[in-house]
Design a protein around this ligand. Structure first.
Ligand code: LLP
Length: 434
């Protein structure tokens, strides 16, 4: 049951809204399973491994579903690593990616026996050499390459072009490999890439893939005998409104040649594809407003709950729960769906034709299972929403709504600082004036 079907289950949504409150994220575990199995099926012609990209949705309930399915995890911080471990992912089944891994993050993941660290720079390789030598532990590394390929995704989510911060530029890779070869304890197991997100046209994978195949041959010619995998990253585009999704079969046709031509296991790191359309955000209409020819529906959800429309101009399907979908055009009104946050950029949908929503009505926003809650914040001191998982005929709160107390955890007033004798002397810090 994807998000669109979930929206049709009016009584269930009303129950959840009543019991868990709004705004609330709702994820359908069944949809995640369906997506995972379709991908595995499509890739079955070659040895492969799916590492779920935790940044898309790190809810422990959702992570448990992927763990049960047998996925590995792709993490980008120690926080995501800890989440993955909490639901039972073995460290060996985790890939650590990211352009700015901190020393403490590298140390901790190496100590715990992480499966693969995708190195992005010579400096990072240096840190790993030191850590491995100090801990006397083997470290499995991959090199994330920047293959210099453009995608048609939003500019903020393109990562595979030469002028982006991500990956090691192609011309620098062999040098990095030579360095890695000289470092005891390091084992180069993977060559990888990640081209960007919401990619609907498989051509970018084909173009970049052939560069990776050439590169693997050159890497081997340097004497590397430890390669095990070729990692094509994530990025599979899904259908939000009317775009055509990148279907698993088309994706597989574009990337399986990499495995065949190199004889390596194919690693993939999907996030959005697995969870995006498993999620809806349920919110209540608080007010209706009219201003200079514009009509607004003010919800109790806002840009702090779902940032994608404000940040990327992303379009998510929005529906008034229980309103007849087939209601005639004249029964609808053109409205902006906005939230209570004090920014003009706080909108969840603009110029939408919807059946009139009165205060108290429930609205459902689809396609928010990926990069919805995970990008939410407490801006305007708004406690973050609850998260609910539906599994077959059952549902449960998998993350309770944040409380007002949660908002201030770890903070203190000046009186409390005084009482704790926590002031430090600014003059005690040494500094040089320029
Ligand atoms: N692997 C790496 C190294 C990544 O950086 C990402 C996403 C993925 C895998 C998973 O990509 P996916 O399959 O989900 O496309 N906040 C943006 C998306 C940013 C994606 C960042 N990296 C959005 O809401 O569209």
């Amino acid at each position: 049951m994807g998000a669109r079907l979930l929206i049709e289950r009016v009584a269930l949504l009303e129950d959840i809204a009543r019991d868990a409150g709004t705004p609330v994220y709702i994820y359908d575990a069944g949809h995640v399973r369906t997506q995972y199995r379709a991908l595995i099926r499509a890739l079955s012609a070659v040895p492969h491994r799916v590492f779920y990209s935790v940044k898309a949705n790190g809810n422990l309930g959702v992570l448990s579903v992927l763990h049960e399915l047998g996925a590995g995890a792709d993490v980008v911080s120690i926080g995501e690593f800890v989440r993955a471990r909490r639901v039972g992912f073995r460290a060996a089944d985790v890939i650590f990616s990211g352009v700015g891994k901190r020393l403490d993050e590298l140390r901790r993941t190496v100590r715990d026996g992480i499966g693969l660290i995708n190195v992005e720079s010579a400096e990072e390789l240096g840190h790993l050499a030191d850590i491995a030598a100090a801990l006397k532990l083997p470290v499995r590394i991959g090199i994330r390459v920047n293959p210099d390929v453009k995608t048609k995704a939003h500019p903020y989510t393109q990562t595979g072009e030469a002028d982006k911060k991500f990956g090691v530029p192609l011309p620098q890779v062999l040098d990095l490999v030579r360095r890695a070869l000289a470092i005891p304890f390091l084992r180069l197991e993977s060559i990888g890439m990640h081209l960007g997100s919401q990619i609907c046209d498989p051509q970018a994978y084909v173009t970049a893939g052939s560069r990776i195949v050439d590169l693997v041959a050159k890497v081997r010619s340097l004497g590397v005998e430890t390669l095990r995998a070729v990692d094509v990253g994530g990025g599979l585009g899904i259908r939000y409104t009317d775009e055509s999704a990148l279907e698993p079969e088309a994706f597989a046709a574009a990337v399986t040649p990499l495995a065949r031509e190199t004889g390596l296991t194919l690693f993939v790191e999907p996030g959005r594809y697995l969870v995006g359309n498993a999620g809806v955000l349920l919110a209540r209409c608080l007010y209706r407003k009219k201003a200079l020819g514009k009509a607004f529906v003010v919800l109790d959800a806002a840009m702090n709950d779902l940032l994608r429309p404000s940040l990327y101009g992303a379009e998510h399907h929005i529906q008034v729960v229980g309103a007849d979908r087939a209601s005639p055009a004249e029964g609808r009104e053109r409205v902006d769906i906005v939230g209570p946050v004090c920014e003009t950029g706080d909108f969840l949908g603009r110029d939408r034709y919807l059946p009139a929503a009165q205060p108290g009505a429930l609205l459902a926003i689809s396609g928010v299972g990926a990069y919805g809650f995970s990008m939410s914040s407490t801006y305007n001191s708004r406690p973050r929403a609850a998260e609910v998982v539906i599994d077959g005929e059952r549902w449960a709160v998998a993350r309770r709504r944040e409380s007002l107390e949660d908002l201030m955890v770890g903070e203190r007033t000046l009186d409390e600082i005084e009482a704790a004798d926590a002031w430090r002397d600014t003059a005690a810090a040494e500094f040089e004036t320029p």
